[in-house]
Design a protein around this ligand. Structure first.
Ligand code: HH2
Length: 282
């Protein structure tokens, strides 16, 4: 299949038309995700949750069949597909574009064939075959920075200059994708909060979001993560909603294009209030 013009992809269209950051609602079809593991592990519960997030106003859904939390064990590819595809098939006609959060080229290909509009790859399409899986389609892609791999990434993250290194990595991944035939307009980048980073690294990257946005539209994923727990003193992910919404607003103010969140309704309300107080015309 040849690449279509970037404009035809619904995520690209939504990004171009946005007046506020797009809200990407997370659907984890897993037993071990750090916040909601096990709650939506079966297809019926995941589909119901996806519809709830659509009703709450999600602009994009992000379906994941493998947890990438620190220490997570890899999921066999067949199992990941068996988790994601039935949910994708159930929600692809909803009018809300569907992203699939996967590191595996075979899952990418199956998801794109089944109607996914975006691939969200915490490995930034570095797995052999991943760039090719996306290049021959009109899909959008999120390239995320991660140091190491989920099982061990939080053991000893190390940077000389985290902002410079993450920026250089994302710039190089953008160029690799473009060289492989992925239109620049289809690419979104993400510094990867919590992925092989210490607390101070996450804070430095959060403060540099507006500089990163010069490279490509930026996706920010703070939702319920440990950095929110550190900042608020909330040990349980269940108690991190207010902190997560505050971080989402911070990202919005820094020019983030997509906010990846567990809590769509709360995030949308916060954005609506923020926008009106900023004085944007209705
Ligand atoms: N965070 C998680 C998973 N995927 N993708 C992007 N682009 N950015 C992120 O920050 C990001 C991501 C971790 O969150 P979650 O999916 O809720 O947890 P788990 O990986 O445990 O399923």
């Amino acid at each position: 299949m040849q690449s279509d013009p970037a404009r035809t992809n619904p995520v690209v269209t939504a990004l171009a038309q946005r007046r506020l950051p797009l809200v990407m609602g997370i659907v984890n079809i897993t037993s071990d995700s750090f916040h909601d593991g096990g709650r939506f592990a079966n297809a019926g519960a995941a589909i119901a949750h996806a519809h709830r997030l659509i009703d709450e106003g999600a602009d994009i859904l992000d379906l994941g069949g493998e947890s990438t939390r620190p220490g997570a064990a890899p999921v066999p590819m067949d199992e990941e597909m068996a988790r994601v595809l039935p949910v994708l098939e159930a929600v692809r006609g909803s009018g809300v574009p569907v992203s699939v959060d996967t590191r595996h080229p075979a899952v990418m290909r199956a998801a794109l064939a089944a109607g996914a509009a975006m691939i969200n790859d915490v490995n930034a399409l570095r797995t052999p075959g991943a760039i090719e899986a996306v290049a021959g389609t009109d899909a959008s892609v999120c390239l995320m920075h991660m140091q190491g791999e989920p099982r061990t990434m939080q053991e000893e993250p190390r940077y000389a200059d985290v902002v410079a290194e993450v920026t250089a990595f994302l710039a190089a991944r953008i160029e690799a994708c473009i060289a492989a035939g992925i239109d620049r307009g289809r690419i979104v980048i993400d510094p990867g909060f919590g992925f092989g980073k210490r607390f101070e690294d996450n804070v430095a990257l959060a403060r540099s979001l507006s500089a990163l946005a010069v490279l490509a539209p930026v996706l920010a994923g703070f939702s319920r993560k440990s950095m929110i727990g550190v900042m608020t003193g909330r040990a349980s992910t269940a108690d991190r909603l207010a902190g997560s919404v505050a971080a989402a607003l911070w990202a919005a103010r820094q020019g983030a294009a997509i906010l990846r969140v567990h809590d769509v309704a709360a995030t949308r309300d916060a954005l609506a209030v923020w926008r009106q107080l900023e004085g944007e015309k209705q």
